[in-house]
Design a protein around this ligand. Structure first.
Ligand code: SAH
Ligand code: DHB
Ligand code: MG
Length: 222
């Protein structure tokens, strides 16, 4: 099995089950025109995030790692009209492309982009007393453990936390890896594998984005 086949299957699934629309297309075009890295979730993954958020009745969502706001748009659309999504981004250029994409999608009223390192904006959001039903962690992988710790502080029993890119082409199995992203994910899994506050699983995925995976954690207690 090959990348070519995975891409063909994703293209079939997205064509049949994940119709695109003007706002999503425009967001991808604007991100490409601004030369942002093309590492956003695939359309069918974006829809998975939206289904997960909707299925728990999420009214408040936190995202760590905005990029051009593509996953943000999927998640914000899963919210009710009076919902709220806070998304954290360190790169001012990414944040400004995302702001335009989100506004164009008609989601400017429920999405707030917070510029800065998540290691600084997460403690601030915690101090403000925010509580989230759903968290998507998708920034620099080296600090995933810290992002998850802050996410737990802003969760309630029943909150769902999704972590992107936990497989990295299988690199996660290599205990000798020197890759900072791989080491960050390994540290995250080691830190929380026996933590009774969460029920967590990990899934491998293949598709148009290659070979990677997600962790899903249901919060039991905080
Ligand atoms: N969630 C997006 C993709 C995010 S890519 C989507 O699927 O559409 C990862 C993003 O995290 C990049 O935009 C990068 O600039 C941002 N990032 C990296 N380090 C960060 C940090 N310390 N704090 C906040 N954001 C960070
Ligand atoms: C990378 C980051 C991501 O969040 C992703 O989904 C894919 C790749 C990266 O930094 O290479
Ligand atoms: Mg990602």
């Amino acid at each position: 099995m090959s990348q070519e086949l995975w891409t063909a299957v994703d293209s079939y699934l997205c064509r049949t089950l994940v119709p695109s629309d003007e706002a999503l297309d425009a967001a991808l075009r604007a991100s490409e025109d601004a030369k942002l890295p093309s590492i956003q979730v695939a359309p069918n993954q974006g829809k998975l995030l939206a289904i997960l958020a909707q299925s728990i009745g999420a009214r408040a969502i936190l995202e760590v790692g905005t990029l051009g706001g593509y996953s943000t748009i999927w998640l914000a659309r899963a919210l009710p009209a009076d919902g709220k999504l806070i998304t954290l981004e360190i790169d001012p250029k990414h944040a400004s492309v995302a702001q335009e994409n989100i506004t164009r999608a008609g989601l400017g009223g429920i999405v707030e982009i917070r510029l800065g390192s998540a290691l600084e904006t997460l403690p601030k959001a915690t101090a403000e007393g925010h509580i989230f039903d759903f968290v998507f962690i998708d920034a620099d992988k080296a600090s995933t453990t810290e992002y998850f710790q802050w996410a737990l502080k802003m969760s309630h029993p029943g909150s769902l936390i999704v972590v992107d890119n936990i497989v990295r082409k299988g690199g996660v199995t290599d205990p000798e890896s020197t890759d900072a992203s791989v080491k960050g994910i390994q540290r995250f899994i080691e830190t929380f594998k026996d933590d009774p506050r969460v029920t967590m699983t990990g899934l491998q995925t293949v598709g148009s984005k290659g070979y990677d995976g997600f962790a899903l954690a249901l919060v039991n207690s905080v």
